[in-house]
Design a protein around this ligand. Structure first.
Ligand code: SF4
Ligand code: SF4
Length: 425
């Protein structure tokens, strides 16, 4: 019996299904992460976070709620955490990365939706996600068609669903729409929290989130080194924990890890054998516990040195500016910052391709793996013409299309191994 059973039960979780899920996740975490050689000591913090991801962290959220704080669940990096912190709220990521209760999800959604959406529904309908149950507000966004329409279906299942509209083009009108939407979102946050956004509390929110982004960007910078001081799997895990942990504690832990990596680099100590091939992974976001492709890549003779992903550099690469002296100025800065995110829902989306090429150079990579979730139209379509352009730029590219099942692991591994052999040559 877990010491958290009463809390989970009060949240309405299906304890039997939840226990089964935690057991599978615990085994998979152990096999994937704890078997890596020479991991930095600083990863112990993240191992602990993961071991308590449904326990201590949820207890912290519930304690915060009793003090009047609001828990806000998000599915997308377009929803500004700065605004949530400004009203003394706590943001938590709700995207899910495991094939759980797809049968349940497919009773109310079509089968041919991406695994990210089906997983989020599977977790909710199967009553195994304490995060969504702890939320005072769930925030959706009009990004891809799948998500946009799925929120209509999700609405009756959650206490309070709020959907942010998003532009689809990088135009002036698009930016104005985004700013309008952020102003409406502020009104909603003020209503549910009973707190007014001021220059001071918004500035505090910006500083906290900027510090968090700076820490993960510092980590990213250290991965340029040779030998590579940390695995792609551990780096992905940190980028995943980014969405769950207390932001200040997370920032301090990433910075402490980076200090350790600096020392490793000075000593010439890495986690992969000399000459391991460096690759970038680009494409759809990988939510916890989606570690399938990185695990395959890093057990097939390559090291992942960067992620062009919303759980990675696409989500964190810009800081929010702090210029100006009013709330209006800061909202403008937030809009500027978020409007740069080059999600494939935008058309056209040239800056994403430029970013991939720039990352390839910056991390001294030898190949690019474009990771597509099956049925994700925006990223799959984009990956086709990106591949042609990348080939013309002499960037070897492997396009993978997969889901959350384990069935294609053998086939994926064969393709990844062949790609690594090719780029080694
Ligand atoms: S890929 Fe697009 S829709 Fe998904 S989290 Fe990123 S910005 Fe949001
Ligand atoms: S992976 Fe693709 S289809 Fe799925 S939610 Fe993200 S953008 Fe939409």
């Amino acid at each position: 019996m877990s010491g958290y059973n009463q809390m989970w039960s009060e949240l309405g979780l299906d304890l039997e299904a939840h226990d089964a899920l935690l057991s599978v996740l615990g085994d998979s975490y152990h096999n994937i992460f704890m078997t890596q050689k020479n991991r930095p000591e600083g990863m112990k913090y993240f191992d602990f976070v993961m071991s308590e991801v449904h326990g201590l962290r949820i207890k912290e959220l519930m304690d915060a709620k009793t003090q009047g704080k609001k828990v806000i669940g998000l599915y997308c990096v377009f929803v500004p955490e700065e605004l949530i912190i400004a009203v003394d709220g706590i943001s938590v990521g709700l995207c899910a990365g495991a094939e759980f209760n797809f049968e349940g999800a497919e009773q109310i959604l079509p089968r041919n939706l991406c695994a990210l959406i089906k997983s989020a529904f599977g977790f909710k309908l199967g009553r195994v996600c304490p995060y969504i149950e702890a939320c005072d507000l769930v925030v959706g966004e009009n990004t891809c068609d799948g998500k946009k329409k799925a929120y209509e279906v999700l609405s009756p299942y959650v206490k309070d669903l709020y959907v942010v509209d998003l532009p689809q083009t990088k135009s002036n009108a698009g930016k104005m729409l985004l700013k309008e939407e952020y102003l409406k979102f502020i009104a909603k946050l003020e209503e549910i929290s009973g707190k007014k956004i001021t220059y001071e509390n918004l500035r505090k929110g910006i500083d906290i989130v900027n510090a968090k982004r700076k820490a993960v960007l510092r980590l990213a910078e250290l991965r340029k080194s040779n030998p590579i001081p940390i695995s792609g799997l551990d780096s992905l895990l940190i980028n995943q924990v980014f969405f769950y942990d207390d932001p200040v504690r997370f920032t301090n832990s990433v910075n402490a890890l980076c200090d350790e990596l600096v020392e490793r680099i000075k000593r010439g100590e890495g986690v992969f054998p000399e000459g391991t091939v460096r690759v970038i992974v680009s494409g759809c976001p990988m939510a916890v516990p989606n570690w399938k492709v990185p695990y395959i890549v890093e057990t097939s003779g390559a090291a992942i040195v960067g992620e062009e992903s919303c759980v990675g550099e696409r989500g964190t690469r810009w800081l929010t500016e702090t210029k100006g002296s009013t709330v209006e100025d800061l909202v403008e800065n937030i809009t500027d910052r978020y409007f740069k995110i080059d999600c494939a829902i935008f058309t056209p989306n040239h800056s994403r391709l430029e970013h991939i090429k720039e990352m390839f150079e910056r991390y001294n990579a030898k190949g690019l793996i474009h990771y597509n979730l099956q049925f994700c139209q925006p990223y799959i379509i984009e990956s086709g013409h990106f591949e042609t352009d990348l080939k013309n730029s002499n960037i070897p590219t492997l396009r993978l299309e997969t889901d959350y099942s384990q069935e294609d692991i053998g086939q994926l591994k064969t393709r990844v191994e062949a790609f690594i052999e090719r780029i080694k040559g």
